[in-house]
Design a protein around this ligand. Structure first.
Ligand code: DC
Length: 221
């Protein structure tokens, strides 16, 4: 099986780029952030705040997280309920970042991610795919862009979805998440030593998709 690890900070364009590449290569696109968001949604629903003053292990015992592919598109389930849309709010982003720093949460989601890569050709998007989840991935990319550009893209995306957000709040969230994700003790966001750095600053997402496809094809051939 072929696996392509695509790590990088929030808003770098990983998901759009990975979807385009997956379609082209006939691979499945796995968005691992959605799994952390699904776990986070459970905590939000329980009224727990991002300080996570609770017994994480016993909360995890209450939930089953599933991932399914419908027409090649990933859907995520929390105790059988499809929550693929509910996890896309700024609140769910911050909670995902908070829960993802907790070792029991990372352990809870690890096997599911590895199993998907054992059974399918995958392009997997996350923060620790090349470093922890799939250290033997066929190819590893670290996709990045400046915080301003990432905030801009995320802001436009949320506005297009009809959400009432301000640019400054989106920018502050991105900076805060970058800090959380790269300073946690377990599986912090950082490029794997053997990863290829792919900077999308100044490119449109379409250009980034084309450039990444070209790079992957050259390397797989
Ligand atoms: O990719 P995303 O923005 O949907 O991810 C949400 C959060 O989940 C992110 O802030 C950090 C965490 N995450 C992680 O720790 N490891 C991954 N492989 C994917 C996401």
């Amino acid at each position: 099986m072929i696996s392509i690890a695509l790590d990088g900070p929030a808003g770098a364009g990983k998901s759009t780029v990975a979807k385009g590449v997956a379609k082209d290569l006939g691979f499945i696109y796995v968005d691992t952030g959605a799994l952390y968001r699904t776990v986070g949604l459970h905590f939000i629903r329980k009224g727990i705040t991002t300080e996570l003053k609770c017994d994480i292990e016993s909360e995890l015992k209450e939930i089953v997280v599933d991932i399914k592919f419908v027409n090649n598109e990933q859907r995520v389930f929390l105790n059988g309920e499809d929550v693929s849309e509910q996890i896309r709010t700024p609140e769910a982003s911050m909670m995902a970042s908070a829960v993802s720093a907790k070792p029991p949460v990372r352990a809870f989601l690890l096997d599911m991610q590895r199993k998907l890569a054992r059974e399918n050709n995958v392009i997997m998007d996350g923060r620790d795919i090349g470093t922890v989840v799939l250290p033997d991935a066929t190819l590893k990319y670290f996709v990045t862009a400046t915080a301003e550009e990432r905030a801009n893209r995320r802001y436009k995306e949320l506005i297009e979805k009809g959400m009432d957000v301000e640019y400054k709040a989106v920018y502050d969230d991105i900076v805060k998440r970058d800090y959380n994700d790269s300073h946690r003790e377990i599986a912090p966001l950082k490029p794997a030593e053997d990863s290829i750095i792919f900077d999308t600053t100044g490119n449109t997402l379409e250009q980034s998709v084309e450039l990444l496809k070209k790079s992957i094809k050259e390397r797989l051939d």
